[in-house]
Design a protein around this ligand. Sequence first.
Ligand SMILES: NC(=O)c1ccc[n+]([C@@H]2O[C@H](COP(=O)([O-])OP(=O)(O)OC[C@H]3O[C@@H](n4cnc5c(N)ncnc54)[C@H](OP(=O)(O)O)[C@@H]3O)[C@@H](O)[C@H]2O)c1
Length: 301
Amino acid sequence: MKVPQIEFPKHKFSISRLVYGMWRLHEDKEGTSPERIIKKIETCLSLGIDTFDHADIYGNFENEKLFGHALAKLPSLKSKIKIITKTGIQVPGSKFPTKHYNTSKEHIRYSVERSLRKLQVEKLDVVLIHRPDPLMNPYELADIFENLITEGKVNHFGVSNFTPSQFQMLQSVYRKPLFTNQVEFHPFHTEPLFNGTFDQMLEHKIHPMIWSPTGGGKIFTPKSEREVATVSKLKEIAKGYGCAVDQILYSWFLNHPAGLVPILGTNDPERIQSAAECFFCPITRLEWFSILEAARGKEVA
Ligand SMILES: NC(=O)c1ccc[n+]([C@@H]2O[C@H](COP(=O)([O-])OP(=O)(O)OC[C@H]3O[C@@H](n4cnc5c(N)ncnc54)[C@H](OP(=O)(O)O)[C@@H]3O)[C@@H](O)[C@H]2O)c1
């Protein structure tokens, strides 16, 4: 069984139900040669994972370029993959002394055109505003979204790390449907279940993408009492099904009716394969709540 696609009916577009993330690309112990990156892309494609999550800033602005070099080596990959990238964060360095956000129309255009060049593709499938910018002018942003779509540079725009009210404010101005709100979600960060984030995605009939699904690897190296209890619960359930801990964790995400799309962060092809097999490990409603209870350290009210 391959990783299925998940439909975004309002956008007449689909992405793979698991997405592969590029944040840690430059940390791969096996290196960042085009051959190594192609190996990971091909592993993903063989499993049905065809969607890749970037940001302009990943790897100190290098990871889009590394990925682009790999695509240039094997251009036939370009028609098989979907690319999501993000924009809007300005990291401090030689250009700026202060970390800040920039969602001005000039910066969004500059950044989108730079991502196209670095990734060596003609079009970006989805571009997300990486963080809510307190100085964001939604009217200006909606205009530049429309222009970049009309120019054929981007297919869809969305957001990341927005509160429900920030999402609603931008959506009320932008006349096309925002694609997603990409947010942090894992057993040690369950707020999106309770703060309206996932409710809003259900209401809008779109799917949240979730980042750091393993808590940045914490699931595999639990430290606090609650982390240890959560991992014990995952292990207990995994044992019962003859599955691995990561598979039960990904299965936990798949149960939510909003259609959560986990973004895998591992650099290890075997771990990508293991994650992709989560579809063989369905868990029950009772098990779902027992993981939530262990993770929060308390039963639901
Ligand atoms: N929108 C945002 O603001 C935002 C923020 C952060 C991340 N993201 C996106 O989310 C993606 C995923 O985030 P993440 O990298 O934090 O994901 P993650 O899976 O939570 O963390 C990845 C870390 O966990 C380890 N790991 C993963 N699976 C493992 C396994 N089966 N066994 C042992 N260790 C394992 C990895 O090590 P190995 O590589 O050694 O397996 C790596 O160090 C990023 O690439 C990025 O695309 C978005």
